[in-house]
Design a protein around this ligand. Structure first.
Ligand code: HEM
Length: 492
């Protein structure tokens, strides 16, 4: 399968952009509507919890134990190993990781999903778009302690933030940005919220942090300053004075930062983009983040070589076209390869929708007569020509590759290769691990292959890998060149 610009960016862009309608990834279902709390291990909608808010809090707890001077911690999914700690009270961590789990694969780390979930809960719930970069690496164990709790004193709280690179004003701003979504719950925080908050439709006893619990907006700041609505929420108003951590933090500079945030009006959104962006991009030393993952306008999806029943080489997939606003007509699209005259493509009637606009999907399938001259293909649309390079010297054959699970998961695969000698095959799989719901990635290098005949000028090679446990998400299989670079990769 050919990915543009690469498999990691392409698959994460899919989660970010294909949120609703045709070909959606399903990731945004958990936060649609933004007040939603889907059926999790920890209950359902009547719990009084909200997933969008949980995602934001999970990322904060993962981040705030960073020591930026030492280059340790930050967004690395270590929070998954730390859920039994007093400072990580609540169901948010395991709820979120069990939802993220099937999306994790060899190119999508749990830590990238922790970051992306912030971008999506903010961007899809009324906030502005936080730039998302990929490439976070998952920790293999728990990290440092140091998450502020409602009864943590002010110097200690500011010390935790400062270790993570946030000064006093940043810390106040980040907390106000976080506390515009969600609630404080009696279940988990009985010393902040009393039992009177519990009801049949609010089983966990959540009291909202502002009057628009599912809206990422500046209201928390205004309600705090004016004493209206939720008046800043339970961490300001708690019956228990020692639990008023937001009040202590907001007052620590005589409310100067909160007043300034209030005066920003809708500018609050940009402040939060900056602060939350810094939060999710705080990563351990050595982690290199990608360029910003932006919505792609003309995107090949599942662009794959395969053989048909007659042994012909077939190139198929979809072209996704994004329209920032709904298009008046679908427009015509042509696929151009060296094997045939331009082929007109017809859009599927079902479209996708997201905060980035409308997406239209054009399926294609065409025979490639001469693999050696198949070095690129071009999509012609009203917006011009888009050319995509391909590498057809070797590929994973989808129709001859499949996974199956009994007590363990196996992948039976076939590789087609133009070069003599067996291909260099690497299989990777996400598997469960002790101590966290975040999967680990298991790698099998130099996998054994044996010859399996010829098709359309390619040598076929087959093999099988038993990963030794159940895969939690997609496996990847890559064909590598002599230098270890990927020629082709498939996900199964
Ligand atoms: C002094 C710093 C902070 C303290 C002491 C604190 C404490 C808390 C507590 C006790 C809760 C209730 C959790 C529950 O009942 O499930 C909560 C909720 C929340 N916090 Fe914070 N927090 C702080 C800063 C932040 C920051 C910086 C963010 C994000 C940038 C954030 C995001 C959230 C969110 C979104 C919720 C709602 C969670 C939900 O509804 O499930 N918090 N916080």
């Amino acid at each position: 399968t050919f990915f543009y610009p690469n498999s990691q960016t392409s698959l994460l862009e899919h989660i970010l952009v294909d949120t609703h309608g045709a070909h959606s990834s399903g990731f945004a279902n958990a936060i649609t509507p933004c007040s939603k709390y889907p059926n999790y291990v920890s209950g359902n909608q009547s719990m009084g919890r909200t997933t969008a808010a949980q995602w934001l809090r999970v990322a904060f707890h993962d981040f705030v134990t960073a020591n930026v001077a030492a280059g340790t911690g930050g967004i690395d999914a270590s929070i998954g190993f730390e859920t039994l700690r007093e400072e990580n009270s609540g169901t948010a961590f395991n709820d979120s990781f069990s939802f993220f789990r099937p999306y994790v694969n060899p190119v999508i780390s749990t830590a990238d999903l922790v970051a992306l979930s912030v971008v999506m809960s903010v961007g899809n719930c009324g906030g502005a778009q936080i730039p998302f970069k990929a490439g976070r690496i998952d920790a293999t164990g728990g990290g440092a302690f140091g998450v502020p709790a409602p009864d943590t004193d002010l110097p200690t709280t500011l010390g935790y933030f400062s270790g993570a690179g946030f000064n006093q004003a940043d810390s106040i701003g980040l907390t106000a940005c976080g506390h515009t979504l969600g609630s404080v719950h009696h279940g988990g925080f009985p010393t902040v919220v009393g039992p009177e908050a519990v009801s049949p439709t609010n089983i966990a006893g959540g009291i909202h942090l502002d009057s628009t619990v599912a809206n990422f907006d500046p209201l928390v700041v205004h309600e705090y300053l004016n004493g209206t609505g939720q008046a800043g929420g339970p961490l300001v108003t708690s019956f228990n004075v020692s639990s008023r951590s937001d009040l202590r933090l907001y007052e620590s500079d005589n409310n100067a930062t909160m007043i300034a945030l209030g005066e920003q009006g809708e500018g609050f959104q940009n402040t939060c983009v900056n602060l939350l962006g810094r939060m999710i991009d705080t990563v351990p030393k050595g982690v290199v983040l990608s360029d910003i993952v932006t919505p792609i306008n003309v995107k090949p999806i599942n662009a794959t070589l395969d053989f048909d029943n007659q042994g012909n080489l077939i190139f198929s997939g979809y072209i996704r076209v994004r329209h920032p606003s709904p298009p008046s007509s679908q427009g015509s699209l042509f696929l151009i390869t060296s094997s045939s005259p331009p082929i007109p493509l017809t859009a599927e009637s079902a479209t996708g929708t997201s905060i980035f606009g409308t997406t239209t999907f054009y399926p294609f399938s065409t025979r490639i007569n001469d693999a050696d001259s198949f070095t690129h293909f071009t999509i012609s649309s009203h917006a011009g020509l888009h050319t995509f390079a391909v590498q057809a010297s070797a590929f994973v054959v989808p129709s001859l590759t499949s996974r199956f699970s009994t007590t363990t998961t196996s992948l039976n695969f076939t590789i087609a290769s133009k070069s003599s000698g067996g291909p260099n095959v690497k299989v990777q799989a996400p598997v469960g691990q002790q101590g966290t719901l975040g999967p680990a990635i298991k790698t099998f290098s130099d996998v054994d292959v044996s010859t399996a005949g010829k098709k359309a000028g390619y040598e076929l090679w087959e093999g099988s890998v038993d990963i030794g446990s159940l895969a939690t998400g997609a496996l990847s299989i890559a064909v590598l060149d002599e230098r270890g670079n990927e020629i082709d990769v498939g996900f199964f």
